[in-house]
Write a protein of this length. Sequence first.
Length: 415
Amino acid sequence: MAKHFLEDMVKIKPINKEFPKKIREIAEEPIKKRSKYMLWLVAFFSTVFCLFAISFLFGRAEVLITPKTQDVSLNENLSAVKDSDIGNLFFHLMVVSDQESKNIQANGEKNVSESAAGVVAIYNSFSSSPQLLDINTRLEGSNGKIYKTLTKITVPGMNKDGTPGKTEVKIYASAAGADYNSAPLDFTIIGFKGTPKYSKFKVRSEGEITGGLVGKIPVVSDADKALALADLATTLKTKLMQKANDHNGFILFKDAIFINIDDSNISLTDNKDNSATLTESGTLDGILFDEQKLTQKIAKDNVDKYDGSDVYIPNIQNLIFSMPAPQASLSNQDDVSFDNLQNINFNLSGPAKIVWKLDVNKFTADLLGKSKSDFYKILSQYPNINSANLTLSPFWKMSIPDKIKNIKVIVNYPP
């Protein structure tokens, strides 16, 4: 009986240990999903914050500007007054002098007989009355040799304080030859010998007495001399032009330059190596204009409703400058010279491009902290800008930086 009782007993299955675990997982699943969403949300806002920080710390703006320009064809008659800022236009005169030398080889010889020459100072300690000395007044040097005055002179009388009257005159030796060359000398006036004036008129040479020579010297042919002078003139003109171009803020047109090469004052110095040094002098006279005032005058006469804005002309130096006669040849006129030139009439012609300048500092200040959408509204306040392009970085930034150092303005001015 007991056996069957035991066999008839219901077998109870053991409890599954995994069941509670699954229940816990089902219960915890919404919590995990919420945590994951929270992590994504935190990551999203962190990214946005980082982007905002990058925009704030590293935001930049670059503005590329094309300024307003206008092409004009000039053929304009103008007038200007010397050194006067009262009228619309004025000019200055400039004078630049220089000399150039060149060695040329001698190719022949010639006999010469040259007298030594120098300069003396004559002092009048005799009276307050002036003393007239004729040309070729004879002077006896402390070397015992005779020299003569080259011109007629008047020696002033003594001053009231007893200071001797003084004048200078060129002298030459009474005979040719190197024997008359000398270091500085004292002289007496031979014609005053035996009179009270003899000791009261002192004569002393100013520097050495040189140039006396009798014999053969090397000579340069006329053809070689002419060729050397042509080279000197070209070099001298270039040298004068380089000097003249140093004039900041002023314009010197190439046709407003007058160069005079002094062919009447050419010096030829003989050297000991059978060569000669040729020296030529020249002077450049030029008419200078204030570049800004001239540019604004051109703009006023050629641009409709010009408001006096700051403008420039890139190729202004290439405009053709001309003056009517006799001013056009004033450097060669005896009655019209640079010294007495007070006003001029002239013509400027040729193509020109008038370019409006931009006050970059003011423009940059106007952009500070503005919204990107306000950019073109700001541009409308600058009629001297033809077009402009704004680039912001990072690309998502919607406002212009509020610090000047983070804004770069580039103006594409014509060269």
